[in-house]
Design a protein around this ligand. Structure first.
Ligand SMILES: [Cu+2]
Length: 408
């Protein structure tokens, strides 16, 4: 990859990128530019591009770890997954996975990455601690992948001609347990945040299919304009979202009724959508107009940020900067949200257990936490000195987070 080496050899450019990233105030959005072999990094606080990262050829699938510290990008025109360190916004390493990796998915605990290796008819399971492939599961032409929010099953869109299907992998046994046959090729599939429904699209069907994962039956269809691509229901969002490529719109729908609510115009040939951690803003990539539309989902207003050529996937960090009045971290789905939070000195941070299970808080600096935070309960700590405060759940030590306390 000569282009990658050339860019890495430009220390001035790299130093600028690092400086620009370090000054960022908001969580960052990462956008894969399919035809540039780069990722544009957007500071969501200022809605500006703060870095451009060379990655494996044909950036296709993208996913971030729950703590936002690592972003994975698959290179469709390569055999690699690039691993971006979000602190420096550089590729820290590459994982060799086999020919033409497509979709990526991350287990809710952030410990397991799934890669649809389209050209090798298999799904690779990567341990994110070692970045090594620990297992492979045979799946014909795996395109996109969705993991149920409880982390137990992965649904894979299999595009094998004549045998189109959703293929269900049990992540404990790492084997295929069910196949849902389809008559048209599946495109994207996503679980809503609460896991109650799987939303998927199919080539030449102008509707989103709503599948009940308890029965693996299609229970509803949401009518759309031409070529719906991705549908999702984000935590905290006022409505479900569907990217519709033909008319260039983000179609909002009511997840309770599966009926469309309103359409918001975005750019040309929109491809993907990701949401801010609070679910209020959607980031839509526009493959045909080389930009990203930022949509305020409640107000319906939009802003546009120019990126590279043919932007496809986008992920947004679950990291937040807050005002001095106070900060809140939600505990849900066995994760802290946001996992990393940046606050001014003197801020009191409150953790609320919004989960169905008891959790706890153990601070690495030895400050008193709590060993039992029941569902619905909360715990606060005031931070009076600048620094980095790492913590874990005392019940589930794999749940980790950090409070960054800034000097005034
Ligand atoms: Cu816990």
């Amino acid at each position: 990859m000569p282009q990658l080496r050339l860019l890495r050899a430009l220390p001035a450019l790299a130093a600028f990128a690092v400086f620009a990233t370090a000054s960022a105030d908001g969580p960052k959005a990462y956008v894969g530019n399919f035809k540039d072999n780069t990722v544009s990094v957007i500071d969501t606080g200022t809605a500006t591009v703060v870095a451009t990262v060379p990655v494996a050829a044909g950036p296709h699938g993208m996913i971030a770890t729950p703590d936002g510290r690592t972003v994975y990008v698959s290179g469709d025109n390569s055999s690699e997954v690039s691993v971006i360190d979000a602190a420096s916004d550089r590729v820290a390493r590459s994982i060799e996975v086999g020919k033409s990796p497509h979709g990526l998915a991350m287990a809710p605990d952030g410990r397991t990455l799934l890669v649809g290796v389209y050209g090798e008819d298999r799904v690779a399971i990567v341990d994110t601690a070692t970045q090594a492939i620990v297992a492979t599961v045979p799946v014909p032409k795996p395109h996109t992948i969705a993991i149920r929010p409880d982390g137990r099953f992965a649904y894979v869109a299999s595009q094998e001609p004549g045998k189109f299907a959703l293929i269900v992998i049990d992540l404990a046994t790492r084997s295929v347990v069910r196949t849902v046959p389809l008559d048209k090729p599946p495109r994207d599939l996503e679980f809503g945040y609460d896991g109650a429904a799987l939303y998927f699209t199919q080539a030449s069907i102008n509707a989103v299919q709503v599948l009940d994962p308890a029965t693996d039956k299609i229970v509803a269809q949401i009518p759309t304009g031409a070529s719906p691509h991705i549908a999702n229901v984000f935590r905290g969002a006022p409505a479900g979202t569907i990217v519709v490529q033909g008319p260039g719109e983000l179609l909002l729908f009511d997840p309770a009724t599966n009926l469309p609510l309103r359409a918001i115009a975005v750019g040309k040939q929109p491809h993907w959508v990701a949401a801010s951690a609070d679910g209020r803003k959607a980031y839509v990539t526009n493959e045909g107009s080389n930009d990203v539309t930022i949509v305020d989902l409640a107000a319906g207003t939009t802003a546009t940020v120019a990126v590279g050529t043919a932007p496809r996937k986008v992920v947004v960090q679950r990291v937040a900067t807050v005002a001095a009045t106070g900060a809140r971290v939600s505990i849900a789905n066995f994760a802290f949200a946001p996992a990393d939070i940046v606050v001014p000195v003197g801020t009191s941070v409150t953790w609320s257990n919004d989960d169905g299970s008891p959790h706890g808080l153990a601070y690495k600096d030895g400050a008193k936490g709590t060993d039992l935070l029941l569902p619905g309960a909360s715990f606060s700590r005031a931070f009076d000195k600048p620094g980095n405060y790492d913590y874990v759940c005392s019940v589930h030590p794999y749940m980790s987070g950090k409070v960054v306390v800034r000097a005034p």
